[in-house]
Design a protein around this ligand. Structure first.
Ligand code: ZN
Ligand code: ZN
Ligand code: FE
Length: 753
């Protein structure tokens, strides 16, 4: 029989995820000779065999792949048959593997979980078990190429049993760089009061302390968590006081998918996300008000599964002691500070919160917070992109010189590009907090090193006073400022490789506008390398400026000011001294300390306030999230909005809706339903108007307000009916966490205003 030989290149996330042993097995299955190796571009294979076998082999490479891998492309070229027998795993060749090939951290796989819970296995309840399909990756990488000496596992010498696994191509742990066992690997230590315990006893004691209602710090994969039982109302309240987080939702960790189902409704997509190698926190709809303290006032609860062997072992011990309930598992930080990474930090910054700390001696090199995902419009979307997703690249439609984009000040991430790949940093957080600025610098230096890029261009937000802009100014090279909402829209365009003209609706809380005003309800047109503002929410004043972000009644008061005397009978103003209100009226009249805004976020705040939900908020988006939580039916008469043209600009006037909400005041559910439906309808009408004027049929939706899945889905439906094609963020958050991608794309494509 005539044999053929082919050289096959596989690109994607194919290193550190068990790809070569997988190919080795496939080759055996199809009786193929040759070899496989890692190289700079991914995995290269030379395969020789019968033509049909080779074809089936290539087909299998595309179809069957290790859970944690991602195959972007498989290409094959003809070679001269070389003969030879057998298939081997060859040494990594040529240049060092590129950083693109550093996989993200992977949640505990089913095989390792099985061993972890098997009392006869040598890794029974061992908190650091892992294999080529699971375990730490990005969090332990110090440099490239990704080999054990370049990780924080360098200090642990493998025992003979581990070494045998590591060297055996047929073993699940073949070349698993963090491979470890109780004999040779990292170990836990429990600090409780003056006592220190280690090994299995430490885990046992931790379970006891948790059951007893203590709050503890737990060193996980990318940093510390604060944890306690979620059913302990007093315990959770104490944790809230200590973190100064009166209402902000805390995620919970449940023992299993079944346990998640007991407290929440779980769709197929959500179930897959919970159990995926990325294992994000998934926002699930609650069945009841149980565990209210974890997420007060919200219809959704952030839920995750035990994603490290440490978590799984802990849940196993808890269950042995009769406790199966969820645990609050929130980032181990104070307010908006970066997540703590080592025991010293915990002592200094969380000492007052945590009565015990379960730590371990495998250093965390790259800090990574938990990712947060939710399902909307039939797809999984991200609210926070960090663990499990970083440092995977977003693939762009074209490349260019390396660019650094610094993001915005809230929910900060930065983005580094290399060729046609965009690498976003993990979630860094609020840059007004100086520790986060340090975290930004530290992470930037590390990621630049891993990616081996030196960007010649730095992109930043147009806001002159943003800390992110100041950080950018401190860097060498060319600077490009980008308007906030243009960047939001371009984050969608970059993801979806949209190169032609498109429209955009960008709704968020705050962004610095070209006219110096506070933008946030924007309709934009992108065409031929330029963008312009085509419409907006009608400006209204924010009396007291920034104060309106927390005191949301200020926005409501401002929007009502066009209705003479209305505020006198507004229940939401009860408790605000009349003198303050008179002063506020004067501020509105004179415009003093009352910037004009088109912010959709502030409009949502105002309407929530009129609905009777609350007067003040303690975290961003609180009132709108509570308003959305009440939404049940779309069979309501939608509030009206005005739509007019002013100097060529489309103006969406919320006054009729505000009057409607005022008339319905106190009927929170009704206001929620009429407002969501009305805003979606009016926004679609505005986009239809712009589309018929320009002939553009593609629409990008972005901005933090589109994390409101009710509004998002209503608008998608409306746009679809209108014959427009909508695009929304999927790989990066629609909030400011995805902004840096749009900024980078602006610079790479050379956009202009
Ligand atoms: Zn595993
Ligand atoms: Zn070992
Ligand atoms: Fe924004």
């Amino acid at each position: 029989m005539l044999f053929v030989r082919k050289k096959i290149s596989v690109r994607g996330v194919v290193q550190g995820v068990g790809f070569r042993p997988h190919i080795y097995k496939l080759a055996g299955l199809h009786s193929i000779d040759g070899w496989v190796k890692n190289d700079a571009s991914g995995v290269t294979i030379e395969a020789e065999g019968a033509p049909a076998a080779i074809a089936a082999f290539i087909k299998d490479i595309k179809l069957k792949k290790p859970a944690a891998s991602r195959v972007d492309s498989v290409s094959a070229s003809e070679m001269k048959p070389a003969g030879g027998c057998g298939f081997t795993i060859a040494k990594s060749g040529g240049r060092a593997p590129s950083a693109a090939m550093i996989p993200a951290d992977l949640a505990l796989c089913p095989d390792c979980r099985g061993e972890l819970l098997d009392p006869c296995d040598r890794r029974y309840l061992y908190p650091f078990t892992n294999c080529t399909n699971c375990g730490p990756r990005f969090t332990i990488v110090r440099s490239v190429p990704y080999d054990r000496p370049a990780t924080t596992m360098a200090g642990f010498k493998m025992c003979s049993a581990c070494r045998a696994e590591y060297g055996n191509p047929l073993d699940r742990r073949f070349h698993a760089q963090p491979n470890a066992c109780p004999v040779c690997g990292p170990a836990v230590a429990l600090h409780s009061g003056t006592k220190v315990m280690s090994g299995p006893a430490a885990l046992e004691k931790t379970a006891e302390l948790i059951i007893a209602g203590k709050v503890g710090a737990l060193r996980s994969l990318g940093g510390f968590h604060l944890c306690c039982r979620a059913d302990g109302v007093k315990t959770v309240a104490a944790l809230r006081r200590a973190k100064e987080r009166p209402h902000k939702p805390f995620a919970v960790m449940v023992a299993s998918p079944a346990a998640a189902r007991r407290i929440c409704f779980v769709s197929k997509l959500e179930a897959a996300a919970l159990s995926s190698p990325e294992a994000p926190v998934v926002m699930l709809r609650r069945r009841s008000r149980a565990f209210e303290a974890a997420a007060p006032g919200l219809s959704r609860l952030g839920v995750m599964l035990p994603y490290t062997p440490l978590h799984a072992a802990l849940f196993e011990l808890l269950s042995k002691k009769g406790f199966n309930g969820p645990l609050v598992m929130t980032s181990g930080n104070f307010r908006d500070e970066p997540i703590c990474r080592d025991s010293l930090e915990v002592k200094q910054r969380l000492g007052g919160v945590a009565s015990f700390s379960l730590s371990h001696n495998r250093p965390i090199h790259n800090r990574v917070d938990d990712s947060v995902a939710f399902e909307a419009a039939g797809e999984l979307r991200l609210a926070r992109r960090a663990r499990g997703f970083v440092p995977a690249a977003v693939r762009l439609s074209s490349g260019g010189g390396s660019v650094l984009a610094c993001g915005a000040d809230l929910k900060n991430t930065f983005c580094l590009t290399r060729g046609d790949e965009a690498f976003l940093s993990p979630h860094i957080g609020d840059l007004s907090e100086p520790r986060n600025q340090d975290f930004f610098r530290e992470t930037l230096a590390k990621m630049r090193g891993l990616l081996r890029v030196s960007p010649a261009v730095t992109v930043h937000d147009l806001h002159p006073l943003y800390a992110s802009s100041a950080l950018a100014r401190g860097l060498p090279g060319k600077k490009i400022p980008v308007q906030h909402h243009a960047a939001h829209a371009l984050s969608v365009a970059a993801e979806h490789k949209l190169d032609g003209p498109f429209l955009a609706a960008v709704f968020d809380g705050t962004g610095y506008g070209l006219d110096g005003r506070v933008w946030g309800g924007e309709f934009l047109i992108f065409s031929a390398g330029r963008w312009n503002r085509a419409g907006r929410l009608k400006y209204f004043r924010l009396p007291g400026g920034e104060a309106a972000v927390h005191e949301i009644w200020r926005s409501a008061f401002s929007l009502l000011s066009s209705m003479p005397g209305a505020w006198r009978c507004a229940p939401f103003l009860r408790g605000v001294p009349a003198g303050n209100l008179r002063a506020l009226s004067r501020m509105l009249e004179s415009g003093l300390n009352s910037p004009e805004t088109s912010s959709m976020g502030r409009l949502f705040d105002a309407v929530s306030c009129l609905a009777g939900i609350r007067r003040e908020v303690t975290y961003e988006g609180q009132a709108p999230m509570e308003l959305e939580s009440l939404f049940k039916t779309r069979r309501r008469d939608p509030y009206k909005f005005g739509l007019s043209r002013q100097n060529g600009l489309l103006i969406l006037d919320p006054s009729p809706a505000v009057r409607g909400a005022f008339a319905d005041r106190g009927k929170a559910r009704l206001v929620s339903e009429r407002f969501h439906c009305g805003l979606a309808r009016a926004s679609v009408a505005a986009l239809k108007d712009l589309s018929s004027g320009t002939g553009i049929k593609k629409v990008c939706l972005s901005g933090g307000v589109f994390q409101n899945r009710t509004l998002l889905e209503l608008m998608l439906e409306g746009l679809h009916k209108a014959g427009l094609r909508a695009f929304i963020n999927r790989q990066v958050p629609a909030n400011d966490g995805g902004l840096s991608l749009g900024q980078a794309w602006y610079a790479l494509k050379g956009y202009r205003t």
